[in-house]
Ligand binder design. Structure first.
Ligand code: NIG
Ligand code: FE
Length: 418
């Protein structure tokens, strides 16, 4: 099948890079001219971009007027902008239950930690998730992926972590694997070390994770990555290191939750381990930020989480650009932060954290993709790469993140649809 797309006012191709895995860091993030071109038509064959040319050339090649037929899918976007499909590289996609009532507790002054000490928070999602069948999880997952794709996401990382026990963790990862082919490419992460179950001896639980859950996950081949909630009060730096080193020796790659509420040394550990990404990282110190970037470790900022907590954004994105640190943005979709909207994350980055839309776009596409083992071209629009792309509701590519509360994406295509 051939697809010909013409009529875009701007195409944000993001094809120029200055780092490994196609990354765009530092000053280059701000150079809009290097990343956006007008008068660019796209020819796609069986999901792969085969050619860019000017609109006139493309129309000349395909005959004017181009007509859709059984062999050619002709799309005139009528002046809209086109950007790459979004890469949401940090989500907790699968869980059951409803934590909306915790908002009243937050408003009464209770902290996230106090809420979890009262048996709510992660623990309440865990009991609802343990009671959910695989069929229910698939139904929930399908609906969430439908919404994510509607909002422009074409690649998404999905973590387990609300099962806690071996059986439910495996069920969640199996459900996650079975959700492929829903117009969103999935990447699967085992987050067994998300919380300690109530009344367990923590050392015994660490052993259970390392000696039983991890081997079972590896045996089933259902996760490519491992994640740990490395934070004072949850998993210590020492336990995190042990889980990660054993996982690495078995071929898993590391993604971590670090320094979300305090600087507990998590980002520093991520740098030493050579993690793919260390996320949250609101309270990490500058030394750790520089060390991580130097080691090629990405920092995944998740502004939706402080937003729903009513906290200030600890991260200075403009400074991260200035220093040339390696970073990306993601939703952190979870029961406490129920947004699968990458355009909303972009709005927080632009309207609140005050960086230009092009830099935020790079952070949710190219740089997020660099943390995952993706097919060629994911997070960019390049010849020979997969055609994951979003047609926006705006003429300017900058509009992708400027409709807070609404969907800036008119239509999103995953390459399997083209
Ligand atoms: O990334 N901080 C750890 N895990 C999730 C939230 C867990 C929850 O509150 O259910 C996060 O924000
Ligand atoms: Fe998270």
């Amino acid at each position: 099948m051939d697809t010909v797309i013409v009529g875009a006012s701007e195409v944000a191709h993001l094809s120029k890079s200055n780092g490994e895995n196609g990354r765009i860091d530092g000053e280059l993030m701000l150079n809009r001219e290097a990343h956006v071109t007008d008068d660019l038509a796209i020819h796609i064959k069986d999901g792969i971009i085969v050619k860019f040319s000017s609109n006139d050339e493309m129309i000349h090649e395909w005959g004017s007027p181009i007509k859709s037929s059984s062999e050619v899918n002709y799309i005139d976007v009528e002046g809209a902008a086109i950007v790459p499909g979004f890469v949401d590289a940090h989500t907790h996609l699968l869980w059951d239950g409803d934590r909306s009532k915790e908002m009243a507790m937050k408003l009464s002054g209770m902290s996230y930690r106090e809420i979890s000490e009262n048996g709510l928070g992660i623990a309440s999602t865990v009991s609802a998730t343990q009671n959910a069948s695989i069929e229910r999880m698939l139904e929930i997952g399908k609906e969430r992926l439908r919404r994510a794709h509607e909002l422009g996401t074409t690649t998404l990382e999905s973590k387990s972590g609300y099962g806690l026990d071996l059986e439910t963790e495996l069920r969640m990862l199996q459900a996650s694997s079975s959700l492929e082919k829903n117009n969103v490419t999935l990447h699967h992460t085992w987050l067994g070390a998300h919380a300690y179950p109530e009344n367990v001896n923590q050392n015994n639980w660490d052993r259970h994770l390392i000696d039983e859950q991890l081997p079972a996950v590896i045996d089933q081949g259902i996760a490519q990555y491992v994640d740990v909630f490395c934070e004072p009060g949850w998993f210590s730096v020492e336990t995190t290191e042990e889980i990660c080193r054993k996982s690495m020796s078995k071929g898993l790659e590391i993604r971590l939750h670090v320094d979300e509420f305090t600087d507990g040394g998590g980002l520093n550990l991520a740098a030493e381990l050579g993690a793919r990404t260390a996320d949250h990282a609101g309270y990490s110190c500058d030394d750790a930020r520089a060390k991580a970037s130097h080691a090629g470790v990405n920092t995944g900022f998740l502004p939706g989480t402080p937003y729903v907590h009513g906290d200030s954004f600890q991260t200075d994105l403009a400074r991260s650009i200035e220093e040339g640190w390696k970073w990306s943005l993601a939703t952190d979709f979870n029961p406490n932060c129920r947004s699968l909207s990458i355009p909303f994350v972009g709005s927080l980055a632009v309207h609140r954290m005050r960086i230009p839309p092009i830099a935020a776009l790079i952070a949710v596409t190219t740089n997020a993709a660099s943390t995952l083992d993706v097919e060629h071209g994911v997070g960019k629009l390049v010849e020979g790469g997969v055609a994951d792309l979003n047609i926006l509701r705006t003429k300017s590519a900058d509009g992708w993140c400027q409709m807070p509360g609404d969907n800036s994406v008119r239509i999103s295509f995953h390459h399997s649809q083209l």
